[in-house]
Ligand binder design. Structure first.
Ligand code: NAD
Ligand code: ZN
Length: 355
């Protein structure tokens, strides 16, 4: 079958592959809607995970089951399913300790477009189908469901890890799809005043719809200075880093947080070897400002809960979708759009109709 791949660092193109073997607990899926992720851009053009040869890209998809292994109980061919970007090995010890995204090795729950072929092809393989897949519920569109697989799951985790007190103040730095999802999550988790640092007009619009109360333009000066001014010097309880760079952003986050506050990172760090944390503002390491981080949570229960947030009208995942393509061959355009990040873009999706 055909798939769109990273051929090597800095090079993308189409490849032909054999349909992977379906193990006894696994499933083979035909995608019906996929979306490129900023992480695909880090992978191909920034070498963030090193070289990969002829690896099919993509890890955000919903689709139709075409084959299941002999031990799979919940699913059968023809079922329409949400496929989480992260598909842990649920029997691994890290999963038993409560960190399923880190099973077998650091980031090991991230398989698609990391160390096995991703979802940008006519078929792909899912491990542990019963634990990882979930049905697309009535009332949720394919493109809406596709936004749960990575964007909502990652961004909302950023807010869960930020220990937001009920009514607490929150700052989200970077308002691409991940930061916007962090805002949506922060509102659900009870944030009071909610600052969004970003500039893209389309993102600012969605940030407000998701619950941001104040917009900070990071091009107008350091974010922490603007936050301190807007809060009469107090700072915020929780910061989520979902964009920015290694030179300034971590310092701005630390300097924005109150004592006892949390800085929660979801950004995929690349571009330099070290993160700069300002020693004095971090209380010489004694400030009680905590730093947390994590990889997108995966698995069926996570997807079901996120779907419920959409179905119960708490937040709308479709607000993230700004561009819609049709047909497998358009995956290349969608990926390049994600690389170029035009001002009117949050997320592109590709609707697939392949039989
Ligand atoms: P994005 O590029 O659309 O959004 C990042 C935003 O940050 C952009 O709008 C950019 O303009 C803005 N920005 C740039 N410089 C800034 C600065 N100095 N201060 C504030 N904002 C600044 O990306 P996205 O798709 O929303 O993804 C965000 C990050 O999350 C990426 O690094 C992505 O790879 C990562 N990610 C992590 C996980 C995970 O599991 N932890 C999962 C998915 C994506
Ligand atoms: Zn991703």
């Amino acid at each position: 079958f055909k798939g769109f791949a990273m051929k090597r660092l800095n090079e993308i193109g189409w490849v032909e592959k054999e349909v992977p073997e379906c193990g006894p607990m696994d499933a083979i899926i035909k995608p019906t809607c996929v979306s490129p992720c900023t992480s695909d851009i880090h992978t191909v053009w920034e070498g963030a995970i090193g070289d990969r040869r002829d690896m099919i890209l993509g890890h955000e998809a919903v689709g139709e089951v075409v084959e299941v292994g002999s031990m799979v109980k919940k699913f059968k061919p023809g079922d329409r399913v949400i496929v989480p970007a992260i598909t842990p090995d649920w029997d691994d010890e890290a999963a038993q300790r409560g960190f399923p995204s880190q099973t077998t090795e650091p980031l090991g729950g991230w398989k698609f477009s990391n160390f096995k072929d991703g979802v940008f092809g006519e078929r792909f393989h899912v491990n542990m189908a019963d634990a990882n897949l979930t049905f697309i519920p009535d009332g949720l569109s394919d493109e809406g469901a596709c936004m749960l697989t990575d964007m909502w799951s990652t961004g909302m985790m950023g807010s869960e890890n930020a220990n937001i007190p009920l009514g607490g103040t929150v700052l989200v730095i970077g308002i691409g799809a991940v930061g916007l999802s962090a805002i949506a999550g922060a509102k659900c988790l009870g944030a009071g005043r909610l600052f969004a640092a970003g500039t893209r007009p389309i993102s600012v619009e969605v940030a407000k719809k998701y619950g941001a109360t104040d917009i900070i333009n990071y091009k107008n000066g350091p974010i922490d200075e603007q936050v301190r001014e807007l809060t009469d010097g107090a700072g915020v309880d929780s910061v989520v880093i979902a964009g920015g760079n290694l030179e300034n952003t971590w310092a701005e986050a630390i300097k924005s947080a109150k004592a006892g506050g949390t800085v929660s990172n979801v950004n995929y760090l690349s571009g330099a070897d070290n993160v700069l944390i300002p020693r004095v503002e971090w209380g010489c390491g004694m400030s009680n400002i905590n730093i947390t981080n994590g990889l997108c949570p995966g698995g069926a229960v996570r997807m079901e809960r996120l779907a419920d947030l959409a179905l119960c009208g708490r937040q709308d995942p479709e607000l993230l979708v700004t561009h819609k393509f049709k047909g497998l061959e358009k995956i290349e355009d969608a990926l390049l759009l994600m690389k170029d990040k035009p001002k009117d873009l949050i997320k592109p999706v590709v609707m697939l109709d392949i039989d």
